[in-house]
Design a protein around this ligand. Structure first.
Ligand code: G3P
Ligand code: CA
Length: 262
């Protein structure tokens, strides 16, 4: 593919810590999110899943096997059961034991951070619970007052999903919160129109590398573009050239160092 034309407004204004500073710390743990805040990340990304007793926890995979010393599906375990597992030591490299992070603990961290940080929440398994994940997510955000605009931070919370069904539910529950449609590959309609009310496109970096023109078309159509997961310096450069607004990265400190005040 030819190099994409340089476009103006090449300014990444948001560096989003993917599962926290997850290159350095065990993903989705308090340690990873505290590190991300310390590193200067503008926003924290997390995935949410529902436990068997209806609590939201920050876990990416359907099962706990990869990131803990337990086995089984998150949705089959209660929060108490998850709480007994170690979600830290698998990472090695000196990372000690870590507890599962309940979503309300992450909201407490965001609310009490020493400087304003925003939150990009992704809902997983949209079909399994028929809307319970989305309802509980919005309920928690409202409890913490994070559904309201914060002065100087027009989109303190962004709601993300690969699922149009989930985004539609969220639009009904909390129309005021900006929504991000994630995708790994092109799907019909991309580049011209996203589902009604979706303001932000969230393509994966492989797609952006393969089809940089897609980002330009999305921007020309008025959409903001948030790309994941951008860890390599060349990919950060590409995102800068394309006028991407946010990069979602496991390495927020390195990306911030690279972009400086560009
Ligand atoms: O931020 C979006 C990105 O996290 C989507 O992919 O698999 O890491 O949740 P995944
Ligand atoms: Ca995610």
């Amino acid at each position: 593919h030819a190099a994409p034309a340089v476009v103006p407004v090449g300014r990444i204004t948001r560096v989003v810590a993917h599962r926290g500073a997850s290159h350095d710390r065990p993903e989705h743990t308090l340690a990873a999110y505290r590190q991300a805040i310390e590193d200067g990340a503008d926003a924290l990304e997390c995935d949410v899943r529902l436990t068997a007793d209806g609590r939201l926890v920050c876990v990416h995979d359907r099962r706990v096997d990869r990131t803990s010393d337990g086995r089984g599906a998150v949705s089959a375990m209660t929060l108490d059961e998850l709480d007994r597992l170690d979600f830290g030591s698998w990472k090695g490299g000196g990372a000690g034991p870590s507890r599962v992070l309940a979503f309300d603990e992450l909201l407490a961290l965001v609310s009490s951070a020493p400087r304003p940080v925003s939150l990009a929440v992704e809902t997983k398994h949209p079909t399994r619970w028929a809307g319970r994940v989305e309802r509980e997510l919005v309920r928690q955000l409202r409890l913490f007052g994070l559904d309201r605009p914060t002065p100087g931070m027009p989109d303190r919370v962004r709601l993300m999903s690969f699922s149009r069904t989930a985004l539609h539910r969220l639009a009904v529950l909390a129309p005021e919160l900006p929504r991000v449609l994630l995708t790994e590959r092109t799907v019909p309609g991309w580049g011209s129109r996203l589902p009604s009310g979706v303001l932000i496109a969230g393509p994966g970096i492989d797609l952006v590398r393969a089809r940089p023109g897609l980002v330009l078309r999305l921007r020309a159509a008025g959409y903001r573009v948030h790309v994941w997961t951008v860890d390599e310096p060349d990919d950060v450069e590409l995102c800068l050239r394309l006028g991407v607004e946010a990069v979602i990265t496991n390495r927020p400190r390195q990306v911030l160092e690279q972009i400086g005040d560009r």
